[in-house]
Design a protein around this ligand. Sequence first.
Ligand code: FES
Length: 141
Amino acid sequence: MYSDKLMEHFRNPRNVGVIENADGVGKVGNPVCGDIMELTIKVDDGVITDARFRTFGCGAAIATSSMVTELVKGKTIAEALKLSNKAVAEALGGLPPIKMHCSVLAEQALKSAIEDYLGKTGQVPVAGEAKAVSVEGAEES
Ligand code: FES
């Protein structure tokens, strides 16, 4: 049912944990299965330099989270936004159709962490790319 690669990431997940003072934090859950995924990223000059995850969920969720952290390191924000759940599943040698939603959770966790980062730095994603927006006139409350 599962590829050797997926089983390997499940048994030895990469980048488990939380980044202290992360630049972006994403936390998502699947209401159907109840699984939860948290992804933290460090961004330096528009490039993701580190990514870590904590997942309370099934084996496929753990393996896809692990793979996502591996795939995004060294990518720009714009590149990381284009990373699809399909690409993550393919990098793991495929997922059974019934488990594809687990990879969706990994994609959503990444997007959520990036959105958090963009929000904190006054940027918004536009058509898959990060674009700076003017915050002139915005008052600190
Ligand atoms: Fe919920 Fe896999 S069964 S993420």
